[in-house]
Design a binder for this molecule. Structure first.
Ligand code: UDP
Length: 346
């Protein structure tokens, strides 16, 4: 064999090797969509998930795929994570505590999972020089009021007595750690802050508002709007989120930076409830009074102590748009259509 064919073989091997990716939390709502899309793009995909909030049924349709493999385990089992990561070019780190309800009810588990888990992932990635995409969250903007939120804005968290901010702080530590591994060890790390992301496979159990409202509307129950319903959010379809994440993984200039990933279409939660009712029942969006169709529930009744809500949360996505040309392709109506279709089929 000549030197040049050796080199070609080595390059081919490397290119192949780099096509394998690892997704932590790959049986979760977002991770499973990411796995599907990466498989469709020709990647070899490995998933690790401890099924704490992820569900095996999210990946059951992938297990026979020749380029898919998975392990049911926690990412803090470093021997397993090491074995899985050793032939991966990219690690998408999505495994984390999710959902405001869960975070407020299990603060110890939240902080430990987020901080220790991310440290283990980064340490492992460093051994193989894998690129790491770390999922962060718009929660890190805390109680900031200067919307839209830009990546370099100052952050304002509430007091430590409220455990919601422990989640925000733990994700900030994840970001600090990731950026530190980049600056100190030159590890290629990219941080993306997901704003409210919705779509099929998201469950309402951990508090997420859209699957909850859709399930309530389908059962004919009143929709539970917390507080006065004037707090607002912007909802992004999971397919838009997946495209953004994959785009960031592929772009060399994303490394060492933080990106907002969200949809700018803002809606109050009360108006969201009306939109869900209209979409499920095919009615026109009715003005108040909403009578028996919507119930306002005080926050103290809705959440355990340790909860604090934010009034508005809007992303500024100029940075990712400038780098990738990315912008959301799905509207809130698309999201509601897809979620309603899924919940109806269930
Ligand atoms: N919310 C609500 N009713 C519910 C669940 C949530 O009014 O049954 C509100 C919640 O208080 C927040 C918004 O909907 O103001 C979005 O909540 P979610 O937990 O989906 O995400 P967050 O943006 O709080 O992380």
């Amino acid at each position: 064999m000549t030197v040049s064919s050796d080199t070609t073989q080595l390059q081919a091997h490397r290119a192949n090797f780099r096509r394998r990716v690892l997704i932590t939390g790959g049986a979760g709502f977002i991770g499973s969509h990411l796995a599907e899309t990466l498989l469709a793009q020709g990647h070899e995909v490995t998933v690790i998930d401890d099924l704490s909030t992820g569900r095996f049924e999210n990946i059951a349709h992938l297990v026979e795929h020749p380029r898919f493999r998975f392990a049911i385990d926690t990412i803090t089992n470093e021997a397993v994570l090491d074995r899985l990561a050793s032939d991966c070019g990219v690690i998408y780190h999505l495994a984390a505590a999710v959902g405001v309800k869960l975070i407020v009810e299990k603060p110890v588990h939240t902080i430990q999972d987020n901080v220790i888990g991310t440290e283990v992932v980064l340490r492992t990635a460093l051994r193989y020089r894998a690129r790491v995409l770390i999922a962060s969250t718009s929660e890190v903007y805390g109680k900031g009021v200067a919307v839209p939120f830009r990546e370099d804005d100052d952050v304002v968290l509430g007091p430590t007595a409220r455990s919601r901010w422990g989640y925000a702080a733990s994700k900030m530590v994840d970001e600090f750690l990731g950026l530190a591994y980049h600056s100190e060890y030159n590890l290629p790390v990219v941080i993306f802050r997901l704003f409210n992301t919705v779509g099929p496979r998201q469950v309402g159990r951990y508090g997420m508002v859209i699957p909850r409202f859709v399930q309530q509307a389908l059962k004919g129950e009143p929709l539970t709007v917390y507080g006065d319903g004037q707090q607002s959010r912007c909802f992004m379809h999971v397919h838009d989120a997946v495209n953004a994440i994959i785009g960031l993984a592929a772009h060399p200039e994303a490394v060492g930076k933080v990106f907002n990933v969200g949809n700018g279409e803002e809606i109050t939660i009360l108006d969201l409830a009306r939109r869900v009712l209209a979409a499920v029942h095919g009615e026109q969006v009715l003005p108040p009074p909403d009578g028996k169709r919507i119930t306002l529930i005080p926050y103290e009744q809705a959440y355990a102590a340790g909860f604090d809500d934010m009034r508005r949360r809007v992303p500024d996505t100029a940075r990712i748009r400038a780098l990738l040309g990315w912008q959301p392709q799905y509207t809130l109506d698309d999201i509601l259509r897809d979620v309603i279709a899924e919940k109806r089929a269930e």
